[in-house]
Design a protein around this ligand. Structure first.
Ligand code: HEC
Length: 125
C-alpha cells in the first residue's frame, strides 16, 4: 500500500527540485513576467544587486567588468552576447563568478533596455 504513494511522491519531489535548482525557461517566463521597460530594468538591477560586483551607470563595485558602454560594443549591436550572459553565465564561461539569476526573458529585456538607456545618456545621446 505505502509503495503506491511513494513513487508518485518521489516523482513530484524530483520535479520540485528540478524547478528550484534549474528552472526551465518556459517556467521563468510564466512566473517572472515583467513589463520590459528601462525603469523596470533599473529596479531589477537593484533587486538582484548587480552593483555588488559591477559598476553600472558610474555606481557600484569593480569586482566584475564595468558595464558602462557594454551595449555600445562594436560587433554586438543586437546584444546577443549580453543576453547569453544574463540567461546562463556558465554557458558562456564555465568557471565564471557571475551567478545565474534565473532571469526570465522579459527581465532580461528590461535590464538590457536600462543598460542601453544609460549608455545612450553617457554618450551624450
Ligand atoms: C557575484 C558577482 C556578480 C554579480 C552579482 C553579477 N555579476 Fe555580472 N559578471 C560577473 C563577472 C565576474 C563577469 C565576467 C565574467 C567572466 O569574464 O568570467 C560578469 C559578466 C557580466 C556581463 C557580461 C559583460 C561583458 O563584458 O560581456 C554582463 C552583461 C553582466 N555580468 C550583467 C550582470 C547583471 C545585469 C547582473 C545583475 C542581475 C550581474 N551581472 C550580477 C559577476 C557578477
Amino acid at each position: 500500500m505505502k509503495r503506491k504513494i511513494a513513487i508518485p511522491a518521489l516523482i513530484i519531489a524530483i520535479i520540485v527540485i528540478w524547478f528550484v535548482v534549474s528552472p526551465p525557461r518556459f517556467w521563468l517566463n510564466l512566473t517572472k513576467r515583467v513589463e520590459p521597460t528601462a525603469a523596470v530594468g533599473e529596479q531589477l538591477v537593484r533587486k538582484y544587486d548587480c552593483r555588488q560586483c559591477h559598476r553600472i551607470g558610474g555606481e557600484g563595485a569593480l569586482k566584475a567588468p564595468d558595464l558602462t558602454g557594454v551595449t555600445l560594443r562594436a560587433g554586438d549591436p543586437a546584444l546577443v552576447s549580453l543576453r547569453l550572459w544574463l540567461q546562463n553565465p556558465r554557458a558562456v564561461r564555465s568557471n565564471t563568478a557571475m551567478p545565474n539569476f534565473h532571469l526570465s526573458d522579459t527581465e532580461i529585456d528590461a535590464i538590457l533596455l536600462y543598460l542601453t538607456q544609460l549608455d545612450a545618456q553617457s554618450s551624450g545621446g
